[in-house]
Design a protein around this ligand. Structure first.
Ligand SMILES: [Zn+2]
Ligand SMILES: [Zn+2]
Ligand SMILES: [Zn+2]
Ligand SMILES: [Zn+2]
Length: 326
């Protein structure tokens, strides 16, 4: 600044000198002096201005300009317009974007439960009461809760009733050693043993077995108990019986059924046996004719009639007689 003042003062001085010399000096001197001065004046003034402009004037405004570049009002200037905090964002000014505090926390409630079963997963659905956001939580399947098998019930799930395998069944004897149940009297127990023993070497009908046991002096009730509990399949007993008859004698289809009914098999049991015994009824007729001819003499027609009386059909009877050369 001192320099500036000095220069300025010097200039003034020179101008003053110039004018005073112009008035006093000759005309030939004038242009050269005035030219020199005017040049030096111009330079010094323009230099000064350019320097001072750069350093002081141009720098200052650039600092104050910066905040005004953004469109939003500055935080200090904003009259905040708050939007309330949500589950995911804090209280926020919609004008300047400034935050205050924290986001809320979700407030979840269970709105729906599908219970898990023994074998299938369930689920819980949670919903935020503030924002409606939801999520699902799996409930793992529980798995079966097994109750062991008993004499009378199979292994069973206590929750869903699913069963696995079979009941154990009572033990043998009068009292079950598993469950302590009184199963049978000694008389029933022995009748049952006898029944099983009979069935191991011969075939019986239900009624035939009862009669056999009563013949052994078991009471009616003991005999019935044994027949009901021996586990026999009466169709198979009839079939077994039919095969044993056919081993030592010959029968027609009808004759075999009649014989089995006589042994107190039912008609359907006897029919089952006759249908499944595998006999060739023509061959049975031939065998029957042969045995008649062995013990007695018959005319051809009388023998055919005898075979029909035994239950063979006419065709089977003729076949049987002719097969014996009659
Ligand atoms: Zn604001
Ligand atoms: Zn929420
Ligand atoms: Zn279960
Ligand atoms: Zn038991």
């Amino acid at each position: 600044m001192k320099m500036r003042t000095f220069l300025f003062t010097a200039c003034l001085l020179m101008v003053t000198l110039l004018f005073s010399s112009c008035e006093t000096s000759s005309q030939s001197n004038k242009p050269s002096v005035s030219n020199e001065l005017s040049i030096s004046n111009e330079l010094s003034i323009s230099n000064e201005l350019s320097i001072s402009n750069e350093s002081s004037i141009s720098n200052e405004p650039s600092v104050s300009d910066e905040p005004s570049v953004s469109d939003e009002p500055s935080v200090s200037e904003c009259i905040h317009v708050w939007s309330e905090a949500t589950c995911t964002s804090p209280k926020t000014c919609s004008k300047c974007g400034i935050n205050e505090g924290k986001a809320l926390e979700h407030t979840y409630n269970v709105t729906d439960i599908t219970e898990a079963t023994c074998t299938e997963d369930g689920k819980k659905i949670y919903v935020c009461s503030l924002c409606g956001n939801t999520y699902t939580e799996d409930i793992p399947a529980k798995g079966h809760s097994w109750k062991d098998a008993t004499c009378t019930e199979p292994k069973t799930c206590k929750l869903c009733g699913t069963t696995q395998g079979n009941a154990l069944g009572h033990t043998d004897g009068e009292i079950c050693t598993h469950c302590g149940k009184t199963l049978r009297t000694l008389g029933q127990s022995n009748a049952l043993k006898s029944a099983k023993s009979y069935l191991s070497y011969s075939a019986f009908s239900y009624e035939g077995l009862i009669n056999q046991l009563k013949y052994e002096k078991y009471t009616h009730d003991e005999a019935v108990y044994a027949a009901n509990n021996c586990g026999a399949n009466w169709n198979e007993q009839a079939l077994k019986s039919a095969k044993s008859y056919l081993n030592y004698t010959s029968f027609s289809y009808k004759g075999l059924i009649g014989q089995l009914e006589y042994e107190q098999f039912t008609y359907s049991q006897a029919k089952y046996a006759a249908d499944n015994c595998g006999a060739n009824w023509n061959e049975q007729a031939k065998k029957t004719a042969a045995s008649y001819l062995k013990f007695s003499s018959f005319s051809r027609e009388a023998l055919i009639e005898q075979l029909k009386y035994e239950g063979f059909t006419h065709e089977q009877a003729v076949y049987g007689v002719e097969a014996n050369g009659y």
